[in-house]
Design a protein around this ligand. Structure first.
Ligand SMILES: *Cc1c(COP(=O)(O)O)cnc(C)c1O
Length: 401
């Protein structure tokens, strides 16, 4: 089965359109509109012993390739899909020689921090330094003698925004590679390769999949030879996407633009209302005009994203609010059609995160229902936390997702 590669001829189409039309597997009459789920480990060999698709782990599957075609097109480079966002991150880091010097951001996803720490502890697989990437001086000093600069922008969970082009320029001068975790921005809000990055990583588990029903990751690279190295990495380390997961991720991606539009508008409104609430301290959302990241984000991104964080007095108050919510799910992860909230400082490796900080991933619910839920929970005193079930809810019993 011939699978289309990177279709640069579609570059003239807008992102929303490309989400709908790419990754269809061909246009011959009689073909299904969607690449079917193909639960195959192996394929029939070529009669002449020639090269062909023989084994999924080595040669890929049409389902993965359809997703790679779409995300690669949106980001502007060849893409390789992995079994999870962490597998994608690990594959990039495994391209580095032993002892390579990695600069990591002060705030980033817990999994990246754990992976880097484990590798540094295991006989110096890599040497890790953290830097405040929003501080130009600190960054310049850190980048000066490094092999890879890892960025996450906006970052999880503090919503730090880093100037990718500025970092890429400094990194190139120092001979370092740049990788950007673009999970929060999605390919619709920012494209790091066009700003000088060498690798873009996505946890498609989040907004690309969009329905909290799969794990999958992708790396998009600037150079074809890096695609080959990453495919090789997937082949030998075996972190392959599942057939169902690839299908679901592509299906989810079809609606990314409309979900994002709705979620982002709601996130902006909730951020404004939370910032004005007397029980709420600092609200972190790059869309707020007085957020320290606002100007940078407005220049670099096509929107401000669907995740925000806000601080409450302490851990107890924050936990009580999570317990009192009825529409917003108290759950980890983000990017789903349903809003989720979590107190991140409870996780290991998040000592830099304020104890009372809640990360809110805004879903597709009506903004007024989300606000009523938040507002009601914020009014519930922390002392009532164990009796959360007594908190009045405007949602009929049984409708909690
Ligand atoms: C969730 C997440 C990851 C990890 O992705 P998985 O699919 O869970 O492995 C990486 N980076 C960011 C920013 C994330 O939010």
């Amino acid at each position: 089965m011939a699978v289309q590669g990177h279709r640069s001829s579609d570059a003239g189409l807008r992102l929303e359109t490309r989400l709908a039309v790419l990754g269809r597997g061909g246009s011959e009459p009689g073909r299904p509109l969607n690449v079917p789920i193909i639960p195959a480990s192996n394929f029939r060999a070529a009669p002449d012993g020639g090269a062909g698709r023989e084994y999924s782990r080595d040669d890929g599957t049409p389902g993965w390739e359809a997703l790679e075609e779409l995300v690669g097109d949106l980001e502007g480079g060849p893409a390789v899909a992995f079994s999870s966002g962490m597998a994608a991150i690990a594959a990039v880091l495994e391209l580095l020689p032993v002892g390579a010097r990695v600069v990591a951001p002060r705030d980033s996803y817990t999994g990246l921090r754990a992976l880097l720490a484990d590798g540094a502890a295991a006989g110096g697989r890599w040497q890790v330094r953290t830097a405040d990437m929003t501080d130009a001086e600190a960054l310049a000093a850190a980048v000066a003698d490094s092999d890879l600069v890892w960025l996450e922008t906006p970052s999880n969970p503090l919503l730090d925004v880093v100037d990718i082009a500025e970092v890429a320029t400094a990194a190139r001068a120092a001979g370092a590679l740049v990788a950007v975790d673009n999970t929060f921005a999605t390919p619709l809000l920012q494209n790091p390769l066009s700003l000088g990055a060498d690798f873009v990583v996505h946890s498609a588990t989040k907004s690309i999949g969009g329905h909290s029903d799969l794990l999958l990751g992708l790396v998009v690279c600037r150079r074809d030879e890096d695609r080959a190295r990453l495919s090789r990495r997937r082949e030998v380390a075996g972190a392959t996407p599942g057939a169902l997961e690839a299908f679901l991720a592509l299906r989810g991606a079809r609606t990314l633009a409309v979900r994002l539009r709705q979620e982002q508008e709601t996130a902006g409104e909730l951020a404004r209302r939370l910032a004005a609430h007397p029980a709420v301290g600092r609200v972190r959302y790059p869309g707020l005009p007085d957020d320290p990241n606002h100007t940078r984000a407005a220049e670099q991104m096509r929107g401000f994203g669907t995740v925000l964080s806000f601080e409450l007095a302490d851990a107890g108050t924050a936990d009580a609010v999570c317990a009192a919510l009825r529409v917003i799910s108290h759950a980890t992860s983000l990017g789903g059609v349903e809003s989720t909230i979590e107190r991140r400082a409870k996780l290991p490796g998040q000592e830099h995160v304020p104890a009372g900080l809640l990360r809110l991933s805004v879903g597709c619910e009506h903004v007024e229902d989300l606000w009523t839920d938040l507002h009601t929970a914020l009014e519930a005193p922390a002392a009532e936390a164990p009796a959360a079930s007594t908190v009045r809810s405007t949602v009929p019993a049984g409708s909690h997702p």
